[in-house]
Design a protein around this ligand. Sequence first.
Ligand SMILES: NC(=O)C1=CN([C@@H]2O[C@H](COP(=O)(O)OP(=O)(O)OC[C@H]3O[C@@H](n4cnc5c(N)ncnc54)[C@H](O)[C@@H]3O)[C@@H](O)[C@H]2O)C=CC1
Ligand SMILES: O=C(O)[C@H]1O[C@H](OP(=O)(O)OP(=O)(O)OC[C@H]2O[C@@H](n3ccc(=O)[nH]c3=O)[C@H](O)[C@@H]2O)[C@H](O)[C@@H](O)[C@@H]1O
Length: 428
Amino acid sequence: MHISVIGSGYVGTTVAACFAELGHKVTAIDIDEEIVNTLNEGKAPIDEPGLEDLLEKHVGDRLEATTSYDAVPESDATFLAIGTPSNADGSIDLTALEAAAEATGEALAEKSERHLVVIKSTVTPMSIGDVLEPAVHRGANDNENIEVGMNPEFLREGSAVSDFMHPDKVVYGTRSEWATDKLHQVFEPLLEQHDADIVETDPATASMIKYANNAFLASKISLVNDLGNICKEFGLDAYEVMEAVGLDDRISEQFLRSGVGWGGSCFPKDVNAIIAAARETGYDPALLEATVEVNDRQPERMLDLLEKHVDLEGARIAVLGLAFKPQTDDIRNSRAIPTIENLQERGAEVAAYDPVAIDPMRERFPEIEYADSAADALADADGTVVVTDWDEFAALDEEFDAMKNGVVVDGRRIIQRRDGIIYEGLTF
Ligand SMILES: NC(=O)C1=CN([C@@H]2O[C@H](COP(=O)(O)OP(=O)(O)OC[C@H]3O[C@@H](n4cnc5c(N)ncnc54)[C@H](O)[C@@H]3O)[C@@H](O)[C@H]2O)C=CC1
Ligand SMILES: O=C(O)[C@H]1O[C@H](OP(=O)(O)OP(=O)(O)OC[C@H]2O[C@@H](n3ccc(=O)[nH]c3=O)[C@H](O)[C@@H]2O)[C@H](O)[C@@H](O)[C@@H]1O
């Protein structure tokens, strides 16, 4: 098959490279010329394990990038993987996706065979029928050969290629048997090599499945954090408790790591978007609001613990970890951001370190000190907080001896307790 993929960010580039690996001819389309040029050199515009190998293998052969939508009508199906950020009130901002949907429609206005346009972006259920389908059809001058479907994506940053190639489920959100068959032709080569459940449903339900998935995972972590905070008050270790709880198959051992909370480009925006969409209907999503509230409180709790041992006014505090999770330089909604803001409000001087995420954080906080290593950040520090669970922090040992006061508040349960430090786990 020939597939066009509009948008070459985290999802679009991964999807395009993986479709090529599955044997499809792929045209990747992005408005950003720099991204297109990078892709056509066989290089990855984002840092994801295995992605550049796939691009090197397929660019110039099965995979080509361009800024032009001309290849859209020549392809058999088009996937839209455009960002869906938040408005100031948390609701979904569809501006970029709607523009791309309309441009896709325009490219298909003269097409005389049936063509499937698939929304890959995460969008609120009603926005497909209310905004995106109308945009495609408006662009296509109501060409009746064009149909819109939904195929949500569940990959994680840091393991995007592997997650795409080994999904638990593939969701086909369509309005006709023809569209379901078309989507199945796209995924058949993947499903031949990997056993995944196929869910066949309508587009709105498909997009709600995506929100429910992310809301469930974010709420699971917030629940674990709430229980973890209670454990801490009782002097108990939430990790020991959750290890036992996770033995229950109905709960599962995954996503039970308590600490400073969830960040990233998706959980915060998606939980807020579904809350805003629910409120628009008049429904008050009380549990999801609590999910956000618990998450927002964790950095402050971490600093309250620190302040039990250190007067933060004028103190030098090392912040270990700036990325929203390990194996990425992505700082979007990282828990390091409220942690640093809060430290500044409390009068502390921040010495920050991360193996890869210093440059993006420097743009956000140009005024703080960035250390070249964890050891340098710890030197002469009055205290340290651990925000990201990078493996290299687990190996820290005598580096703590260079601290002025060896107070360590561990937001991720990654630091080994040792003599000479005052260790406080956030939930343990
Ligand atoms: N990042 C992730 O791990 C995941 C993201 N998603 C969802 O996938 C969607 C895309 O997310 P990302 O890939 O992270 O976004 P991104 O911001 O990394 O990439 C979007 C790309 O679209 C391009 N673009 C914007 N307007 C365009 C237009 N009119 N025509 C062509 N290209 C255009 C931009 O230049 C950019 O390269 C979002 O809805 C997100 O929620 C879903 C699962 C995982
Ligand atoms: O919609 C999306 O974009 C994606 O969002 C998440 O993926 P991602 O944000 O890349 O990363 P996760 O591994 O889920 O971690 C998210 C946050 O939760 C935190 N987390 C995770 C697990 C845990 O037990 N505890 C915990 O605090 C991480 O530190 C991180 O800040 C989902 O896991 C993906 O399935 C989904 O496709």
